[in-house]
Design a protein around this ligand. Structure first.
Ligand code: FE2
Ligand code: FE2
Length: 269
């Protein structure tokens, strides 16, 4: 029987996006079927690669070299969707990576339930956005994409505290801030299938931020650390730059992220 970390490594080492997400979905279904039946899938100790496998396309460029397009134009909308697809694909790997990377840190089974569910949802998000791209005559891989997306994972490869602070509680929380504006772009253009896909993503991302906050607070409670200063110190250590207002205070609150966690780290808007 494959351990959960074996499953994670299989996903991480699969390059093609559609294949990776299909495998991710199958492994999530296996995990939850076993949990429902009261059977135990071992967590194991598989060795994840430092970086996940990636398809030949898109070409990965330094963020400063990725061409900018006007968001109001059809080409700009395709570029925006392409960037979202790239983020979703990285998110699939980020959630499997947190499972595979830290098996030496003991957690209750609910920790794995949460990240397997999040990985499964990211897999759905990737496919939804790929379908949208294809409905507009493009596809994932048609444009260059940011090379820096895996940096937070590499920076926190030895630090579960830093990983939780930076990936779900900073990067995914940022997604909550910017998604309503993206939905508006597609609503104005009357592209309903994209609006629907992004609304699914927006609703589910609140959960991923909440998992981050939940397990960060769990670690703090277990080691008797004060969560707020611990979070501030970790973000300053691992995140490059200030957090960008305006913040989506409503959705951040729903996700268990109080204002005194992020406002002190904010730069100029
Ligand atoms: Fe997502
Ligand atoms: Fe997410």
């Amino acid at each position: 029987m494959l351990s959960l970390t074996d499953m994670a490594v299989e996903v991480l080492t699969t390059a093609d996006g559609r294949e990776k997400t299909a495998l991710s979905h199958r492994h999530a279904a296996t995990w939850f079927a076993a949990r429902a039946a009261g059977e135990e899938i071992p967590i194991g100790t598989a060795q994840p690669p430092l970086r996940p496998a990636r398809p030949e396309k898109p070409e990965l460029l330094d963020p400063r070299e990725v061409p900018r397009r006007r968001p109001g134009s059809p080409q700009g909308r395709i570029a925006l969707l392409h960037a979202v697809a790239h983020i979703e694909l990285n998110a699939v790997d980020l959630h499997w990576d947190i499972i595979a990377r830290f098996p030496h840190v003991p957690f209750p089974p609910g920790f794995y339930d949460d990240w397997v569910k999040a990985a499964d949802e990211e897999s759905k998000h990737f496919n939804l956005i790929c379908d949208c791209l294809e409905s507009l005559g493009s596809h994932y891989g048609a444009l260059p994409a940011h090379a820096g997306m895996w940096r937070a994972a590499e920076d926190t490869v030895n630090d579960i505290w830093g990983r939780l602070a930076v990936v779900p509680m900073v990067l995914e929380a940022r997604g909550l801030d910017v998604t309503p504006g993206m939905i508006e772009v597609f609503r104005k253009a009357g592209i309903d299938n994209v609006v629907e896909a992004m609304e699914v993503i927006y609703a589910e991302e609140v959960g991923h931020v909440a998992y981050g906050s939940k397990w960060f607070h769990f670690l703090c409670g277990r080691e008797n650390r004060d969560p707020k200063p611990a979070f501030h110190a970790l973000v300053q250590q691992y995140f490059h730059g200030a957090l960008k207002p305006p913040f989506n205070e409503e959705k951040r609150a729903e996700a268990g992220l109080p204002p005194d966690f992020y406002w002190p780290l904010a730069g100029e808007s």
